[in-house]
Unconditional design. Structure first.
Lengths: 398, 398
């Protein structure tokens, strides 16, 4: 199949990822950080190297401040719930994924005041607008690095600068950019960075992490054994143990490390260049199809590899269904766990068809996806297609 | 090596577990529950079948009430923090792992009153004592099914009965028993069961689950995308989605499912019988060595496959080190994330050497472990061994 759902989970992974996971599962999956025998030490080393590989890729000076989590959602929950207290003010945007929206909603019920900065119709956030929303109670700004619906890249460097001028830290949700768009943690002076392992970083599902800068002190949100200071009835004070309760996913982290190494050796710049090339071709092709509407900015420099579109008069679910069934093309349709972003771009409640290519997507894959979309749109135009969601033939336009 | 650290993480896994994980990683690791294309549907099926396999093994009538978690610690955190509110009373024991101790300590700081039932020196908990600690504010009893330090099995059937007589639910921490000791959720009328995937169930690290009976209503503790009711800014009301935020560990759950199927086909009874046989041999052999003290009950029926021992006058760390270095035997030493259990049995603060065999441990492995321990104890006796923790030759006893 032609897999264009990399924004949900990347596929395929580099061969080295599969191999590393299998090797570690078979040979080094003792408990890391618990026991002292050779296989446990080997498991420890796997975890250590995973942290080192990620640190190198993101230019993180303190690898021990990379907290492994089972996905970006868990990382974001730790960042938000570990920092924000009742009475605090937090700024976010209306382009956020439910992994930020839902924890913030929960916190707002606990007395945290949440301000949502409005994005433009293209999904852009204005650093000045965010800065002007800062009050003396503002404890955090939490924004996505790129919309998971339309790919618009947030100007995080400018937002971080503006926020730091007022001594407010920034949490970056890098779900759509980690591994695919260069992020230099030290140069940007990132306070917190939440990343999934299973998307651009080519790790398996079940992995992710939160980077926490030395300036940030979070309360732990999950409590349990760490293999360290086991005499205490509270979490240890040092990182990463303070935030890593229970047995870590050693084989998963091994795969994540292999993914990070793969990207480091290819160069994030090369990944980004490939994705921009592919993205450009995709947007170009889709835009030319009569009846197709592509959302978001046409400026490739400000886009991650996510393209949302609709075909006039057609249910996105029906388009996705046909792309899969008739053309073997996998996409994601609907509102992509980000209802407000669809309200911003005007595609709520039915949502869009989202094509998200990746580093392994070829120009030929893109051409076939464009061609298939063209056929579906033409069939709709010529009344040859009955939408899945309608029991009656669709009424012709015009 | 001879791996006797199965209480931390089981090793090896059945070949089917390795194969299933690799297959799913390569062929079905799209995002489960998010997209509608064939690979996403396949990922969905993997998750569904994982739940079904676990349900069959534990006789769980409602598979949708199996909440996947990244480890037992996360499952226990959900159970405890999702249920207990300030002012509530909870009963636990002094045999618990830090995965129960630490969340309860956190909750006690939020106003939950925690009573700790005292275990006997053998680690036994008395259902009558627990029952008599119930007050009208008691909202939960949380106990381990078997001590991770000395293996003593808790009489959960009796505790559940006594608790239900007073309408109090019980949370079972099955970290040391899931997959190795039969647990019939429906027959026992279990309220909540927390299990790691990577121990007796033969799944990979990064997996685990909480079963929540229909009588229990938990508040979600992690918030984020579920792929369902994405229009809501709160978690959906239905299970399992209500408690499963973010992308699930599809390949891990595939491996966990394969592990559960392996056990189901062998029969938990057969696993238990093998482990009792091995355990008996181990305890017997260790007990005969002069200077060795084995902790816990000698009644194999009341023991999971965990054996703690010390050698008089020797640091457990030094014993573990020598077992690994000179004999290639992997064990875990220290206090095993359960400081209070060591206070109960009298081995605090240095702890014990813990040997935890598994289903793949052979009688020959056990014999070699006994022999090695005998050599170490004899060397100590004959002043041939300098403990690692001492810079000077050890002072001979007597």
């Amino acid at each position: 199949m032609i897999y264009l759902d990399n924004a949900a989970t990347s596929h395929p992974k580099p061969e080295s990822v599969y191999k590393r996971i299998d090797f570690v599962l078979r040979n080094a999956s003792a408990n890391p950080g618990r026991s002292g025998h050779r296989m446990a030490i080997e498991a420890n080393r796997v975890i250590f190297e995973g942290r080192e590989s990620i640190a190198r890729l993101f230019n993180i000076r303190h690898p021990e401040r990379i907290i492994f989590a089972c996905n970006a959602t868990a990382a974001l929950n730790l960042a938000l719930k570990g920092l924000l207290q009742p009475g605090d003010h937090a700024i976010t945007s209306d382009m956020e994924h439910n992994s930020v929206v839902r924890p913030l909603k929960f916190l707002s019920q606990q007395g945290v005041n949440v301000h949502r900065a409005q994005a433009s119709r293209e999904g852009s956030l204005d650093p000045d607008e965010i800065s002007s929303a800062i009050t003396c109670e503002t404890r955090l700004i939490a924004v996505t690095h790129a919309s998971n619906v339309i790919g618009t890249i947030t100007p995080i460097a400018e937002i971080i600068k503006a926020a730091h001028n007022k001594e407010v830290p920034v949490l970056i949700d890098a779900a759509q950019t980690a591994g695919a768009v260069p992020i230099d943690v030290e140069a940007l002076d990132v306070d917190m960075l939440a990343c999934p392992g299973h998307k651009g970083l080519f790790g398996p599902q079940g992995t992710g992490f939160l980077y926490v800068s030395p300036k940030i002190n979070l309360n732990p949100t999950v409590f349990g054994g760490t293999g360290s200071r086991s005499d205490l009835d509270r979490m240890p004070d040092f990182l990463p143990d303070r935030y890593e309760a229970g047995t870590l996913n050693t084989p998963g982290i091994a795969g994540l490390g292999a993914g990070a190494e793969f990207i480091f050796s290819e160069g994030v710049g090369a990944v980004r260049m490939h994705e921009k090339h592919i993205l450009s071709r995709l947007i170009d092709g889709l835009t030319r199809i009569p009846g197709v509407r592509v959302y978001g900015t046409g400026d490739i420099e400000r886009r991650a590899a996510v393209v949302s579109f609709t075909i006039e008069g057609m249910d996105p679910a029906a388009i996705g269904d046909r792309l899969d069934t008739d053309f073997g093309i996998g996409v994601r349709v609907g509102i992509h766990c980000a209802p407000d972003a669809h309200k911003v771009i005007g595609s709520y409640p039915k949502g869009t068809v989202r094509m998200s290519p990746g580093y392994f997507t070829t120009p030929e894959d893109i051409d076939r996806a464009i061609e298939a979309t063209g056929v579906i749109a033409a069939d709709r135009e010529n009344h040859r297609y009955i939408p899945v969601s309608s029991p009656q033939p669709a009424i012709p336009r015009g």
